[in-house]
Unconditional design. Structure first.
Length: 58
């Protein structure tokens, strides 16, 4: 469940940058959003592999 908490925290930490980018057209916030989304993708892949391994094991 620790990975889920990391995933949730990452999404929540991006909220203000999403608002700044989409509502205020702040390009620097867009860069942070893109980086955060890449981190989210990587974390999701880690979780996916972990779940698959646990599924195949048991």
């Amino acid at each position: 469940m620790n990975k889920f908490a990391q995933l949730r925290d990452l999404v929540m930490s991006l909220e203000s940058d999403f608002e700044k980018f989409y509502d205020k057209n702040n390009n620097a916030a867009g860069t942070r959003v893109r980086k955060g989304m890449q981190d989210l993708k990587n974390l999701a892949q880690e979780i996916r592999v972990e779940v698959q391994n646990m599924k195949n094991k048991g």
